[in-house]
Design a protein around this ligand. Structure first.
Ligand code: 5GP
Length: 195
C-alpha cells in the first residue's frame, strides 16, 4: 500500500449541532479507515472524558510552550483561557498507520486545516436547525453551567455565518439523513466504490 494518500476530514459546527455524533458514526464504519485526531486542550476534563482518548489534557503553560515551539498545525483560544489545538504529531501518527484523519474541531481551526492542506482536506460544516434548537440540545446535555451554555450560544451565531466557506454543508435536521449524507461525502472523497 505504498500509494496510500492520507486524507483529512474536517467536521466543524457550533457546539451542540450534532457533529460529534456524526464523527463517531463515521469512525465506527471500518470501511472508511478513519482515525480520530485527538486535540490538545487546556480545559479540564468533563464527565467521563479521558486523557489521550477524548483530548490530550494539558495545562495552560504547557499549551503556550507548545505554541512557541511551533508544535501545532492549528490552535485557537475557543473560549477565554480555553485553548484547543491540533498537534502536528497527531496527523503524522495517523498517516503513519495508513489511515485517514477525522477532526471534530471549531470553525476557525477547520478552515485553517483546509488552507494548509487544500487538496487532501474535505471540510464539512454541520448546520443545526436553529440557534434555539442548539440551546435546547446544550441544556439537555446537562454538562455545563447556564453561563457556559450562553457563551457557546453567543459563539454559535458567529460560526453559522462561516458555513459558506466550507466545501460542503450538512443540515442536521434529521439525524438519520445527516449520517447518510456524511457517509456519502466521505466515501466519495476517498474514492470508495459502492457495491
Ligand atoms: P468542547 O469543549 O465542547 O469539547 O469543545 C469546544 C470547541 O472546541 C468545539 O467546537 C470543538 O470542536 C473545538 N475544538 C476541539 N478541538 C479543537 C482543536 O484541536 N482545534 C480547534 N481549533 N478547535 C477545537
Amino acid at each position: 500500500m505504498s500509494d496510500f494518500k492520507g486524507k483529512l476530514f474536517v467536521f466543524s459546527a457550533p457546539s451542540g449541532s450534532g457533529k460529534t455524533t456524526i464523527v463517531r458514526h463515521l469512525l465506527n464504519n471500518k470501511k472508511f479507515n478513519l482515525e480520530f485526531s485527538i486535540s490538545a486542550t487546556s480545559r479540564a476534563p468533563r464527565g467521563e472524558e479521558k486523557d489521550g482518548v477524548d483530548y490530550y489534557f494539558i495545562d495552560l503553560k504547557t499549551f503556550k510552550n507548545k505554541i512557541k515551539s511551533d508544535e501545532f498545525l492549528e490552535w485557537e483560544e475557543v473560549y477565554r483561557d480555553n485553548f484547543y489545538g491540533t498537534l502536528k504529531s497527531e496527523v503524522a501518527r495517523i498517516w503513519a498507520q495508513k489511515k485517514h484523519v477525522i477532526f471534530d474541531i471549531d470553525v476557525a481551526g477547520g478552515l485553517r486545516i483546509k488552507k494548509k492542506f487544500p487538496e487532501e482536506t474535505l471540510s464539512v460544516f454541520v448546520k443545526p436547525p436553529s440557534v434555539d434548537e442548539l440551546k435546547i440540545r446544550l441544556k439537555k446535555r446537562k454538562t455545563e453551567s447556564e453561563e457556559k451554555i450562553n457563551m457557546r450560544i453567543a459563539k454559535a451565531s458567529v460560526e453559522l455565518a462561516t458555513a459558506p466557506q466550507f466545501d460542503k454543508i450538512i443540515k442536521n435536521y434529521i439525524l438519520e439523513d445527516a449520517l447518510q449524507e456524511a457517509e456519502e461525502l466521505v466515501g466519495n472523497f476517498i474514492g470508495l466504490k459502492e457495491k
